[in-house]
Design a protein around this ligand. Structure first.
Ligand SMILES: [Zn+2]
Length: 585
């Protein structure tokens, strides 16, 4: 009897015993104990029902590689732990698991995996003990019947040893080439199995290529009312964005409005644990893609995790879209990759002009007619050799605006006629002084009259990637423009100008151009449309972006675009747009 208890013999017996009668998706629930799990002691596919399909694929001998694009809270670690337990206890073979860094994977080995193996009866006997205890090392475990290796996802740790099983998580962070290197460790074995679990990444990464070349399965969630299945679509969530008296989001009120609406029967479901459990039930559907035989891909969004409250995702979504209005897309990318499990395609670098707003024509405003409810009207002027480009735009507080005039102007005198026709005071005229500061400063001075005693405003764009910091009551704020600067004119007078950040203002403009309330008249010139698409945002070094002219011979000039950029500066100066954001220390 004593001999039968030896792990060695038991391992041998496990290796030759007939396959278990239960399907693995059920059997696994009996076998694995997760001491750190919030679900209680045992691993259970009930916690995330979509796990069951992964077990089906693990059991399927025709499946060699499994890619799971998994959301936050999917239980990626728990799955790797349960799989390791299954390998060591039932289906042994040398195994390599990669983590993001050596420290993280070693921490996982000692603080999680070892505890699971100790707690689970099918593996506890294999843990090296007594004079073999040194066979459990920080980064590997030499069992009598197989070896388990771990490493960081870099080339030095993916050793040349031949493996039956390989796995890893958060592959979206891995360097290009690691997945290929990991898979090459199998040397084409017939019984190989590789599992990678990770959130989505930007398109073009190795993870993206690997996952999209597998047989792609989305999950259909099944309506508890009508039984119809639907692939995740965030558009099926219904909610209202409500603000309080201070224009802040009223989260409790917003959360009250959240409903998931079944697209088939239109039944509505509140964000309760019961409803989320119902909707977490799902089944995989292949999208019909071409794929590498033996490679399966599963996309598991936040709807697969009933513990994850819908309100948390909706809150993230609302905040991300608020930041998108400022041209900041990081949070949107995050929610798309982490919660929707969708690969992120950075938006076109050339801003697109949304022309779906209320239709109107420049003609309606030809003699300066007001736009109902307008609060401000700015004229912005780009200075060229011997001519100008100008834009006149009317604004309402909060940021809605209408382009009233755009085009080329040949002389300062004509600028003044235009200004008069549209009824614009000097303090609402902004002219670029980067090219001919002395001449422009002099003309601005000449614009002063007894009725309109202030001069035109002078603007100068510059790189200023970080914007301009200002301290107000111990808090730091970032602005897109500077305070007034002073300069001495060679003819003996002092003039003022304002500097602005090209990068921040162009980001802002690009974001506004995509909104319907950035008014474009139906009769805007071809020049205007061409010039507004004349620049694109390029990454000149990692993380450093710059707006540059498109390098095509046919590319239009960018003067009207520059005029619209100056409209952003003017609108910020007059606080039509939010002009400053608080900066964390
Ligand atoms: Zn339904």
């Amino acid at each position: 009897m004593k001999e039968i208890d030896s792990p060695w013999l038991r391992g041998f017996q496990e290796g030759v015993k007939p396959p278990p009668e239960k399907p693995l998706r059920e059997l696994i629930n009996d076998l694995v104990y997760l001491p750190n799990s919030p679900e209680g002691a045992k691993y259970s596919t009930e916690a995330v029902p979509a796990h069951a399909y992964i077990w089906d694929w693990i059991e399927d001998r025709n499946v060699y590689e499994i890619d799971v694009i998994a959301c936050v809270g999917f239980g990626k670690s728990a799955l790797l732990e349960a799989w390791s337990t299954y390998i060591i206890g039932i289906n042994p073979g040398d195994t390599l698991i990669l983590g993001q860094t050596r420290d993280m994977i070693q921490d996982w080995m000692s603080s999680r995996l070892r505890k699971v193996l100790e707690a689970s009866p099918i593996t506890s006997g294999y843990i090296p003990k007594g004079n073999e205890r040194n066979n459990w090392k920080k980064d590997q475990a030499m069992f009598r019947h197989m070896n388990l290796f771990t490493g960081a996802a870099n080339m030095t740790d993916t050793q040349e040893k031949s493996m039956v099983n390989t796995g890893g998580d958060e592959a979206w962070r891995w360097d290009f080439g690691i997945i290929g290197y990991l898979r090459a460790r199998h040397h084409g074995r017939w019984n190989r199995k590789s599992i990678i679990l990770s959130q989505a990444s930007v398109e073009g990464t190795e993870w993206h290529q690997d996952a999209t070349s597998g047989k792609w399965h989305d999950l259909e969630h099944i309506c508890p009312d009508c039984g119809e299945g639907h692939v995740f679509d965030f558009g099926n969530f219904d909610f209202k964005v409500i603000r309080d008296g201070n224009e802040e989001f009223d989260w409790p009120a917003i959360f009250e409005t959240i409903r998931f609406v079944c697209p088939s029967c239109k039944s509505e479901f509140e964000d309760t644990e019961y409803n989320r459990r119902q909707w977490a039930k799902c089944r995989p559907v292949w999208n019909g893609n071409k794929h590498i035989p033996g490679r399966m891909t599963l996309r598991a969004t936040f709807m697969t995790v009933w513990r994850y409250q819908w309100r948390d995702v909706i809150k993230k979504w609302i905040i991300a879209n608020e930041e998108k209005k400022q041209g900041q897309l990081e949070k949107l990318e995050q929610i798309v990759c982490q919660d929707f499990c969708q690969f992120w395609k950075p938006p076109s670098d050339t801003p697109e002009l949304n022309t779906n707003g209320d239709p109107y024509s420049k003609k309606e405003h030809h003699d300066g007619e007001a736009w109902e409810g307008e609060d401000f009207r700015f004229m912005t002027v780009d200075v060229q050799k011997g001519h100008f480009w100008a834009v006149i735009r009317a604004w309402k507080m909060g940021g809605a605006s209408r382009l009233l005039w755009e085009g080329r102007v040949d002389a300062y005198e004509n600028l003044r006629h235009l200004q008069e026709r549209y009824g614009i005071e000097n303090r609402f005229v902004f002219i670029d002084c980067g090219y001919k500061p002395e001449e422009v400063a002099k003309e601005a001075r000449l614009s002063q009259t007894t009725e309109d005693t202030r001069p035109w405003n002078l603007l100068r764009g510059e790189e200023a990637r970080e914007g301009y910091m200002k301290k107000i009551n111990e808090k730091r704020y970032r602005r897109v423009h500077s305070d007034f600067m002073r300069s001495d004119h060679s003819e003996g007078f002092v003039y003022r100008y304002v500097k602005f950040s090209n990068l921040l203002c162009k980001d802002r403009l690009a974001a506004m151009m995509g909104e319907e309330n950035f008014g474009i008249p139906v009769d805007a010139s071809k020049q205007y449309h061409a010039q507004m698409q004349s620049e694109q945002k390029n990454e000149i070094s990692p993380g450093v972006w710059r707006w540059v002219s498109k390098k095509k011979a046919s590319a239009a000039n960018n003067h009207l675009w520059d005029c619209e950029v100056m409209q952003v500066v003017a609108a910020c100066l007059y606080k039509v747009l939010v002009a400053q954001e608080a900066v964390e220390k």
